[in-house]
Design a protein around this ligand. Sequence first.
Ligand SMILES: [Zn+2]
Length: 341
Amino acid sequence: MKRILALAIPALLAACSAQNNKIENADPMDYAKTITAEELKEHLYTFASDEFEGRETGEPGQKKAAEYLKNEYKSLNLPSPLGGDDYYQEVPVEYFKRGIVKPTENVVAFLKGSEKPDEILVISSHYDHVGMDDAGNIYNGADDDGSGTVSILEIAEAFVKASKDGFTPKRSILFLNVTGEEKGLVGSKFYTDEPIFPLANTVANLNIDMIGRIDPAHEGNNNYVYLIGSDKLSTELHELSETVNNKFMNLELDYKYNDENDPNRFYFRSDHYNFAKNNIPIIFYFNGTHADYHKPTDTPDKIEYDLLAKRAQLVFLTAWEIANRENRVVVDKPIEESAKK
Ligand SMILES: [Zn+2]
């Protein structure tokens, strides 16, 4: 009798744990917390170091950065959607209108969804920066956009950890590190012209460009982020984003730059816009500009790592909700054909 009971208990436990693996039973905060200030800092002190020479598109520093990203994805056992060992989507030089640019590449990694693998959420940031000047000063681009790039690595790791526990997201996630942003949003333009997965099946894009600093308007405030674009195409995406923040993070969501009449026109100035113009709902996460913007002084020692972690956690939790809710977010305010640029 005892022996039978001893056998029955493990079977019962196994049955329970299988049931627990329903994604609804997971607490995404358990995985969000694996995105830590320490790990972001460790990545960024390498990624925005002088060794990467300012990551100018097509130059050796950018190639080193691409290799760093590829190696990180491989160490996470996160495959490339291109198959095999090829994590690079080559961007043809003809795409660059501003001067001569050498061949360059977007870096891509892919987590296949468990229930709706053909529906894709794209999480993006640009990993290029502006390189060096004639005097040999290196523009490290720690905030722009080292901060977004290392956040994507940590977000990818959090999703991989959840997957290992049996909580693979329902929809697929493409981690897209684009090149050529500083040359005119070129890597994301190429991706949306030659998408790896059909744009019609691309449910949303969360784009991160500069989330490691505090701008002068928020001096002393380590609990805010600017959101841009969340309500432009999908009321549902905006509401989802607010709900997730209220439930888990309580960051101050500043919509100042969401105003299309704002003279900075940030909505049009980073990679998400190439998705938005194709009627894919987007959210752009941004800390605002600061005195070190596009200067050699945008260095990793100036990053607010605790705040960077909170903002990256918010992106992860928002991605979790988009990837796992029953239906894909509805586009209820599509761009008129005539309004496209
Ligand atoms: Zn940038």
